[in-house]
Design a protein around this ligand. Structure first.
Ligand code: EPZ
Length: 418
């Protein structure tokens, strides 16, 4: 199991490039199931979850040609509309094939994702929406089976709570349904909008993506398309925090600044200087000491839950008390105990973490628990005195493409040991 060895204390300086968004690549890959024509996707990050999704599509019947960050997928025939447990247990986003498979093949058999480190993460809202579109759902032996022998028909679906992949799954199911579907209380994340852009290029009729109400007019069939995935706002945000926590001077390129507005506001409130160099470049500096600023995670355009752990690392270095409210997932503070081993002063009370700074961190042996928690431990290690060894970095490989290389190129003393 790979580890990272990090020696802290070096301010990061220079330019760091943002890759394509994992959470846009995954639904985009699932969308290729909706046509028998080839779909060419660019800026697909070379991360473990993407490789898992590609393998799942090939098992279903796709041909996949991968050339670096360009992927050409064609699903001429759906051979096996299934997502088996051994794949789904490693990546719960496999549930994104549910909607497209029912829409394309009239049936799907997908393993229930099971819990994960950060919470129960059920898919009940995905299933309720599919039923409203006319699918019959059965659950047995850890699998969910959805069938729609007469095809799907449009419906008005109101999500009882905002769900990102739920919105994406049902948007993909609705594009081939008969009639109009309205998704109410839909997720507004940029990745939802990016998926709608791809589906539109494939011939779907979608209006309102990026707002809480999305209207989809079903069509007979979709065709192939070419699409470049949006930049990964969570990777870009992770780098912005890295520049701030090390009191460096870091320029993050290839990003979309507005996608990080909530984080930028918080970094500025904490005393970091963040400037928009141009429409795809942000620069972060922390010339003076940082001060605490409270944060509550919310659905987009609020502060992203996927940056909460990274922000917690930053607040250990800020003067004062920061209250961090996690409202999206029920168990997303596991990084706190690991940071406490490095000397952080963090008290957990239910959905709240109270971070008392500024506390010097010292290098220690720590264990990554989930994708974003592992990124936050790297950030803490970058500012800790001495050496930190982070175990189970396979978590980080799920969502970051060679993060140690990118950070080392701007001065970080970080290396991977097999
Ligand atoms: C997406 O997960 C992201 N993953 C997550 O990123 C991200 O943390 C999350 O959205 C929130 O922004 C992908 O896009 C592949 P949700 P998703 O459905 O869609 C509850 C990362 O680090 N819920 O928006 O699974 C759920 O339990 C990952 O890249 C139901 O109750 O999240 C959660 O509390 C981690 N029933 C809340 O809603 C459902 O049917 C939001 O979940 C669906 C969700």
């Amino acid at each position: 199991m790979d580890k990272f060895v990090v020696k802290g204390g070096v301010p990061l300086r220079g330019e760091i490039a943002t890759g394509g968004a994992k959470n846009s690549a995954l639904p985009a890959l699932a969308a290729t199931l909706l046509t028998d024509q080839p779909v060419n996707l660019q800026r697909i990050p070379r991360v473990r979850d993407v490789r898992t999704m590609q393998r799942l599509l090939v098992d279903i019947g796709a041909s996949a040609d991968v050339d670096g960050e360009s992927v050409r997928i064609q699903v001429r025939v759906v051979r096996s509309p299934e997502a088996p447990y051994e794949l789904v247990k490693t990546m719960r986003a496999s549930s994104l094939v549910l909607g497209p498979l029912v829409a394309r093949a009239g049936r799907a058999r997908v393993s229930l994702p099971g819990g994960c480190a950060i919470g129960a993460r059920p898919i009940n809202l995905h299933l309720a929406g599919l039923e409203q579109l006319g699918a019959q759902i059965q659950q047995a032996h850890g699998y969910v089976e959805a069938v729609a022998p007469q095809g799907l028909r449009g419906a008005t679906i109101r999500f009882e709570r905002i769900t990102v992949t739920g919105t994406e799954d049902l948007m993909m199911a609705a594009v081939l349904a008969r009639g109009e579907t309205v998704l109410q209380n839909a997720a507004r994340e940029p990745e939802v909008t990016d998926l709608a852009t791809l589906l539109g290029k494939m011939g779907a009729k979608i209006a309102g993506a990026g707002t809480s109400t999305i209207r989809i007019e079903g069509v007979e069939q979709l065709h192939g398309a070419e699409h470049s995935i949006i930049p990964d706002r969570i990777e870009a945000g992770t780098f912005l925090v890295a520049g701030a926590i090390t009191a460096g001077d870091l320029t993050v390129t290839g990003c979309i600044p507005e996608h990080n507005a909530a984080l930028i506001n918080k970094l500025q409130a904490a005393g970091a200087e963040v400037t928009e160099v141009n429409t795809s470049t942000l620069r972060v500096r922390a010339l003076t000491g940082l001060r605490s600023a409270d944060v509550t995670t919310e659905e987009y355009p609020g502060f992203p839950t996927d940056l909460q752990a990274q922000y917690m690392a930053l607040m250990t270095q800020a003067e004062g008390i920061a209250i961090i409210n996690e409202t999206i997932f029920e168990n997303r503070f596991m990084h706190a105990q690991e940071m406490a081993r490095m000397g952080a002063n963090i008290r957990l009370e239910g959905h709240q973490a109270i971070v008392a700074g500024r506390k010097e961190l010292t290098g220690a042996g720590v264990i990554a628990s989930d994708l974003r928690a592992s990124a936050s431990l790297v950030l803490a290690a970058l500012v800790a005195r001495g050496e930190t060894v982070i175990d189970r970095v396979y978590h980080i490989d799920r969502g970051y493409d060679k993060i140690e290389g990118k950070l080392a190129a701007v001065g970080a003393q970080i290396r991977r040991i097999e």
